[in-house]
Design a protein around this ligand. Structure first.
Ligand code: ITT
Ligand code: NA
Length: 184
């Protein structure tokens, strides 16, 4: 089986490819931009995007909308993560947290799969924001996020390691489980 992943982010595509490969499912990246509405939740953003694409894309596809939620910043950047990453980068987050002792944060991933109907799968990873960036793997905010129970940032992990514990890995797991039960 082949699955189209509509994303502009090669890091996300790589993680999904690696996740599905051992399950005999080939994921390929489809570059197609879609509107990302301003909404309060990742679910709303993902659902709007998927329904918009459904009218324009032939066959099934999935997309992923994610965000980093920092407790001391009342959940910021959250649904604004892509914009904040593009403008301030992870240094901006480090700067906002300077002198802050509460470093708690979580990543959340929402996968929207369209096969004629909409299916939503979510995953979350709790951890903390480091005081300095570490590692060169992964993408986005990975160098400043240390998952709970680990001494390394996501950027210091291989894709396989990150997939086992990450927000996206967990959403992909829910997606894969659903596929196994629902594909005839
Ligand atoms: P799409 O085309 O798939 O939307 P994007 O990079 O714009 O790609 P989002 O809209 O989901 O993705 O924005 C989320 C932001 O959070 C973006 O800047 C990502 O780099 C970052 N991000 C998402 N998942 C991440 C992860 O697993 N690790 C680190 N940063 C992540
Ligand atoms: Na985006």
């Amino acid at each position: 089986m082949r699955l189209a992943f509509i994303t502009s982010n090669p890091g996300k595509a790589e993680e999904a490819k690696k996740y599905f490969e051992p399950l005999g499912i080939e994921v390929y990246q489809l570059h197609m931009s879609y509107p990302e509405i301003q909404a309060d939740t990742l679910e709303e953003v993902a659902e709007y995007g998927a329904r918009w694409l459904a009218e324009r894309v032939e066959g099934p596809f999935f997309l992923d909308d994610s965000g980093l939620f920092v407790e001391a910043l009342k959940g910021f950047p959250g649904v604004y993560s892509a914009y904040v990453y593009k403008t301030l980068g992870y240094w901006g987050i480090l700067k906002l947290l300077e002198g802050e002792s509460n470093r708690r944060a979580y990543f959340k991933s929402v996968i929207a799969y369209w096969d004629g109907e909409l299916h939503i799968f979510t995953g979350r990873a709790d951890g903390e924001i480091t005081t300095e960036p570490k590692g060169s793997g992964g993408f986005g905010f990975d160098p400043i996020f240390k998952p709970e129970g680990f001494d390394r940032t996501f950027a210091e992990m291989t894709t396989e390691e990150k997939n086992k514990i990450s927000h996206r890995g967990r959403a992909l797991k829910a997606f894969a489980t659903w596929l196994k039960e629902n594909l005839k």
